[in-house]
Design a protein around this ligand. Structure first.
Ligand SMILES: *Cc1c(COP(=O)(O)O)cnc(C)c1O
Length: 487
């Protein structure tokens, strides 16, 4: 088995794909035979979450030795709940809570596993170099990557965040990060400045310019090692519905997914290709509705204003992982995918052929939710169901309501929940009519008093932890900063 670039005939092993992250031609690695290689999906459903993860990941990444050990190292004792991603009944639907990892972010599911895969791939590929992860973050990814990579042998991690662009809680999570191989640096600028600086560092420090003994890699990238672990929780949810007698084996279940970069929902499509009876995958967007428009019209047009919303992790105009779906829906037409991606970067827009769009619509639906409705939904679900959700989950819940009215066939519905309400205390308090006084830490306490839900482990006591990272640099200083850290 091999992984192939979405933009050319370049083929590499799965271990090489994980180490490279992104193909040299700019494409993303994908298994072109996914779905035609036989997989015992039913055999998964009676397993524990960790055994299920081992079985699924061994199928997706068969070149890795000792997957069971990698899975245990990634997850054992690190998540608040033994079922990793608990399924909660809310009204007639089910919410799959993905945020019980060490940093209370959904990104933990993938970023707990990625370091294990990177280090295993490094050993198996015989790479002696230290792998240094460069990350620009708007908040959550940075902390989850730090938590995953800190003190992992053979790796280092450097995180850049916009000094005034992250929430006080997110900042406290990052600057208190311990670890012998971690460095966190604030940048005077916004997230785009951080991302541009990191991209420049990758370009400036490649080939001969890279100090001997290290290689750069990215936790922002659309690494297949970050996507594969996300397939598992679609199975966990299905198995749990079966166990509770909510569905019969083979019955299709719809999944509604709060979407930004299209990784989470694409993992659901992978689960479907492996045989899991997934009905429709419903792509939920906030007011940045570029994917809703694409699924409706077949035209992907990023030439629009970027809206800052209360669900910031979904504020995205270029959804990178969509490229993998284009590859699959076009029957592996790399020339077509390369052409679309070229147009997107030069003209900001492309049109995908209608017959391929029809194939996409057999599996995917889409909807969006504006700011007012997002907050209304949090309030309504809290009052009527006693369930407290964050802003990202609320977007998906609103879209799920719309979808249930127009879907051709009634099915059980799972809404993926990507953040703890404690990550966005101000918006959540406002939505349920709570008092907004004080800083975010005070707001978290108030939310706990009102809801009775304990503050997640990773967010408790943050204010008292000692600050270990105080560097603040100008946006033009990122490349030099990286060079100095590598040297
Ligand atoms: C990253 C993120 C998303 C979007 O997931 P994608 O895989 O990028 O589509 C949604 N919600 C939260 C809270 C996130 O952190």
């Amino acid at each position: 088995m091999f992984y192939q670039s979405t933009r050319s005939s370049r083929r590499v092993s799965d271990t090489a794909a994980v180490l490279e992250g992104i193909a040299p031609d700019g494409g993303l690695y994908i298994d072109p035979a996914l779905g035609s290689r036989p997989f015992d999906w039913q055999g998964c459903l009676s397993l524990t979450p960790l055994a299920m993860a081992e079985k699924i990941l061994s199928h997706l990444l068969p070149g890795f030795d000792r997957m069971g050990e990698l899975v245990r190292r990634a997850y054992e004792g690190k998540f608040e709940s033994a079922d990793l991603t608990p399924l909660v009944k809310v009204g007639e639907d089910f919410v799959l809570e993905l945020f019980h990892g060490p940093t209370a972010a959904f990104k933990d599911v993938a970023l707990s596993m990625l370091p294990q895969l990177v280090t295993a791939a490094r050993v198996q590929e015989g790479v002696g170099d230290r792998i240094v992860i460069l990350t620009a973050t708007s908040g959550d990814t940075g902390k989850a990557a730090l938590e995953g990579f800190h003190d992992v042998e053979g790796t280092g991690i450097l995180v850049f965040f916009p000094d005034a662009g992250v929430s006080p809680v997110q900042k406290a999570q990052m600057v208190t990060q311990a670890g012998s191989n971690v460095k966190v640096c604030a940048v005077r600028g916004n997230f785009d400045d951080c991302q541009t600086g990191v991209k420049r560092a990758f370009a400036a420090l490649s080939g001969d310019a890279l100090p001997a003994g290290c290689r750069l890699s990215s936790a922002n990238s659309i690494n297949i090692g970050r996507l594969a672990p996300q397939v598992v929780y679609y199975f966990i949810a299905y198995a749990e519905l079966l166990r509770r007698g909510e569905i019969a084996l083979g019955e299709r279940v719809d999944y509604v997914v709060p979407t930004g970069n299209f990784g989470d929902i694409l993992a659901g499509y992978f689960a479907k290709l492996l045989g899991l009876p997934v009905g429709q995958l419903v792509c939920a967007s906030n007011a940045n509705r570029v994917l809703t428009d694409f699924l409706e019209t077949g035209v992907y047009d990023k030439r629009r204003s970027f809206l800052k919303t209360a669900s910031p992790s979904m504020d995205i105009l270029v959804s990178s992982n969509l490229e993998r779906l284009l590859f699959l829906a076009s029957g592996g037409d790399t020339a077509l995918v390369a052409d679309c991606m070229g147009r997107l970067s030069s003209e900001g827009v492309y049109r995908f052929p209608e017959e391929a769009m029809e194939r996409i619509r057999e599996d995917f639906a889409a909807g969006c939710c504006d700011e007012a409705r997002c907050l209304e939904t949090i309030g309504q679900v809290w009052r009527e169901q006693g369930y407290l959700c964050d802003t990202h989950t609320a977007v998906a819940m609103a879209v799920a309501e719309d979808w249930k009215l127009r879907r051709p066939e009634a099915r059980k519905t799972v809404v993926l929940s990507t953040a703890s309400p404690y990550k966005f205390p101000a918006a959540v308090l406002k939505a349920i009519g709570g008092d907004l006084e004080g800083d975010e830490f005070a707001q978290m306490e108030r939310l706990a008093e009102i809801s009775g839900i304990p503050i997640p482990r990773g967010l408790r006591g943050l204010k008292e932890r000692s600050v270990l990272h105080r560097d603040v640099i100008d946006r033009d200083g990122i490349v030099d900063y990286v060079r100095a850290q590598l040297g």
